[in-house]
Design a binder for this molecule. Sequence first.
Ligand code: B1M
Length: 210
Amino acid sequence: MSKMDDVFDLVVRGKAKLIGGAVQEALDEGNAASDILDNMIKAMGIVGEKFKNNEIFVPEMLVAARAMKKGVDVLKPHLAGGSAGVAGKMIIGTVAGDLHDIGKNLVAMMIESAGFEVIDLGVDVPVEKFIEAVRENPDVKVVGVSALLTTTMPAMKETVEALNKEDFRKDIKIMVGGAPITQEFADEIGADAYTADAATAAQVAKELAA
Ligand code: B1M
């Protein structure tokens, strides 16, 4: 089994204690950090499929998520690298009712490496907390809103619509993303940008802040 297959398998099986070593070995073998990350994202896709087909349940999804996080920790120094703050300040969070943070964390990491100072509000973030965070950081340029569940898309709509009503709206750009989100939905709720993955999110954040 190649080291990449190992990494894939350890994410699917949620082996948090072993994944760090396997990721390091995959790096040592000469695999690019971005390819190892893509490999782990694909593994999470398999975890999602298994969950959908009732082959695994929430606890198994949770251990897979833990393993993925441990793997990302090892990759982080190889992916990140910008000087924090030179591109501006960004606020990011996962909407109210939604506990998924792996994708949001990857977006935050890539945006940080694109030179932003990132204020991460975490998961299950109520509308008011997004608004408060922008008020407390008047120099913020981009607000990123993530949602992973179809059932929390209304919370994203509520969040973006509330931000749109604020006086500070003209000074910020709003970017949305997450598996169930589409460009059409982003347009419908009045966001400035939708991006499908973390690398594109970092590129677009730079354009929005320019
Ligand atoms: Co959940 N879950 N989950 N889950 N989970 C999904 C999302 C699901 C698709 C699985 C499935 O059924 N196939 C399904 C949603 C179905 C739907 O909405 N139609 C689902 C469900 C149903 C649930 C629960 C309701 C299960 C239950 O309790 N019965 C529950 C809800 C809890 C809640 O949030 N209130 C639940 C719970 C969990 C865990 C807590 C166990 C765990 C999350 C742990 C954590 O995040 N700390 C979990 C996991 C791990 C998953 C899957 C397997 C993996 C998610 C993930 O991390 N993907 C997921 C299945 C799947 O995605 N295929 C699933 C990898 C990650 C890198 O991708 O997050 O998409 P993603 O992020 C990408 C892009 O979307 C984008 O960039 C990222 C990187 O490229 N992106 C942005 C994300 N945010 C962005 C923001 C941007 C721009 C781009 O700008 C701001």
